[in-house]
Design a protein around this ligand. Structure first.
Ligand code: TMP
Ligand code: ASP
Length: 239
């Protein structure tokens, strides 16, 4: 497989064309942003950790019957993925109150939710990914009703699988963000699953092991990413 020209550069990843129109080459960067790009920085080796962590989690989900866009891990910070027609809806799944939910509803961070909460945001950097609901999605035709049914079902399934997976590795999966895309009439999981897009807390100490260390200037940022990678890697591919 040959890497061709840069197709798109996001805040954390670059997407390259390949000699196969159905396959993209993704490169994870060390650049970090928060608050719609207002806070900028770089986290040493982040691209490498996010690529490896995403690959481990995508492979795990595939073994459980969830289709993902990943084709092959290429090395440190690169992977091949299937080219999806990305649905412009970010899906947030929450198990524990944190971040914007705590703020919006005046709830205490750390409160366990009785059942998972799904939220949707319109994927637009320009607008700061505003929260939307299924009426917006239908009215704007961002996804069909059948696609939304598949997205909700998969998001909750993925949550169930990952909650148990992280619990086995002494971490609480607080919340995370997913993106889906279309391929041959199906809706498939895309983007990444990493400390950039999830909140992981150490199950015993509650220590934050994710991008909140960068957002909130908590220090030991690279160490947190490395620790998540270590816990996933050390437990190997066992499920
Ligand atoms: P929030 O509490 O800031 O709304 O974030 C919820 C989850 O979504 C959290 O795990 C981080 C993730 N997330 C992203 O992946 N990208 C984003 O742009 C934002 C704001 C959150
Ligand atoms: N990635 C988003 C940004 O750059 C927000 C975040 O992850 O906090 O603004």
């Amino acid at each position: 497989m040959e890497r061709k020209e840069l197709l798109y550069e996001g805040k954390a990843k670059q997407v390259f064309r390949t000699d196969d129109p159905g396959i993209y080459w993704i490169r994870y960067k060390d650049d970090a942003t928060a608050f719609d790009g207002k806070k900028r920085g770089s986290i040493e080796a982040k691209g490498r950790y996010n690529n490896q962590i995403s690959a481990i989690l995508f492979r795990f989900l595939e073994t459980k019957g969830i289709e993902t866009h990943m084709v092959e891990l290429l090395g440190d910070r690169e992977m091949l993925v299937r080219a999806l027609d990305i649905i412009p809806v970010e899906v947030i799944v929450r198990n524990v109150v944190a971040g914007s939910l705590a703020k919006r509803l005046g709830l205490e961070e750390g409160t366990t939710l009785d059942r998972p909460v799904l939220e949707f945001c319109y994927k637009s950097d320009e607008l700061g990914d505003p929260m939307i609901n299924e009426y917006h999605i239908a009215a704007m035709d961002w996804a069909s009703e059948a696609e939304m049914a598949s997205i909700k079902k998969q998001a909750l399934q993925i949550n169930g699988l990952l909650v148990a997976y992280f619990r086995d590795r002494d971490m609480t999966l607080v919340d995370f963000k997913l993106e889906f895309g279309r391929l041959e009439g199906r809706v498939i999981l895309g983007d990444e699953i990493s400390p950039d897009t999830c909140r992981f807390w150490d199950a015993k100490t509650g220590e934050k092991l994710d991008k909140d260390r960068f957002r909130r200037d908590l220090g030991k940022i690279e160490e947190a990413y490395r620790e998540v990678y270590r816990r996933l890697k050390e437990s190997g591919e066992q499920q």
